[in-house]
Design a protein around this ligand. Structure first.
Ligand SMILES: [Zn+2]
Length: 170
């Protein structure tokens, strides 16, 4: 069972080492609460995936439980490319929201013409201020986020959680 992690809260000393459940920004990922739990299970295995419609072939991102083109619920999981190029980005150097150490970088990525996912707006991590440039190659990175205790049928279950971002290919 997972240990409850302490959040690193930057810039608000009174909140150091505390995890604020009311401000939890990460999804509940376990099967009991999330029909897209497979996406997170795949992330844990290092796979970046989404859903493809078995009827019309449409590939949607983010993944869903029905096809947005034909409304079919017969979907399958397919892998997406894990590398992309930065088209443009914003870098917040001060005043980032609680839980996001600065710089908070959001980038618009281009996955190339052969990818079913052409573009994505995503967070870039492990990158110093001023380091990222337009045109840089970035790759998927999966990281742990604070586990979340949830009551399921009168038992408390602590669900491990992960999320994804991208980082510069050095
Ligand atoms: Zn479809």
């Amino acid at each position: 069972m997972a240990e409850l992690q302490e959040a690193t809260i930057v810039g608000t000393p009174a909140l150091d080492g505390r995890y604020i459940t009311e401000m939890d920004m990460w999804p509940l990922e376990c099967q009991e609460f999330n029909r897209l739990y497979q996406f997170y299970d795949n992330l844990r295995e290092g796979r970046f995936t989404t859903t493809k419609c078995k009827k019309c072939g449409h590939i949607a991102f983010p993944p869903g439980v029905i096809c947005p083109k034909c409304w079919s619920d017969e979907l399958e999981w397919v892998d997406l490319p894990q590398r992309a190029k930065v088209v443009t980005f914003t870098e917040t150097q001060a005043g980032a929201p609680i839980g996001f150490p600065p710089p908070l970088i959001l980038a618009w990525l281009n996955f190339g013409k052969d990818s079913p996912l052409k573009h994505l707006l995503v967070r870039i991590i492990n990158c110093a201020e001023g380091e990222l440039k337009d045109g840089d190659e970035v790759k998927l990175v999966v990281f742990e986020v604070p586990a979340h205790p949830i009551e399921i049928k009168r038992e408390t279950k602590v669900c491990d959680r992960v999320y994804y971002a991208f980082e510069r290919v050095k």
